[in-house]
Design a protein. Structure first.
Length: 86
């Protein structure tokens, strides 16, 4: 956590997972996982970030506007069998 953003990490490989996730409101005061959902509290507002594979795939499609290239898949999902996301 850094003020009003949350950075997810791959702790085994010590790599940041994407860009920090913005949280509106005051600084993030508390976080907890409930299954695949990350809950963060900022001021009086609660934020739920769905980190399920299906939700993340949909987010990739919306942001990129296309499927991942082979190079992107190899870089970010090397241990996952390639499949169509969009």
């Amino acid at each position: 956590m850094n003020g009003d953003t949350v950075q997810l990490w791959d702790t085994e490989n010590r790599l940041a997972l994407g860009d920090p996730l913005p949280m509106s409101g005051r600084g993030v005061e508390a976080m907890a996982f409930a299954g695949n959902v990350l809950w963060a509290v900022a001021g009086t507002r609660g934020h739920a970030l769905d980190l399920s594979p299906e939700s993340l795939a949909a987010r990739i499609c919306r942001q990129a506007g296309r499927d991942l290239t082979q190079r992107e898949w190899d870089a970010y999902l090397p241990d996952v069998e390639r499949r169509k996301l969009c």
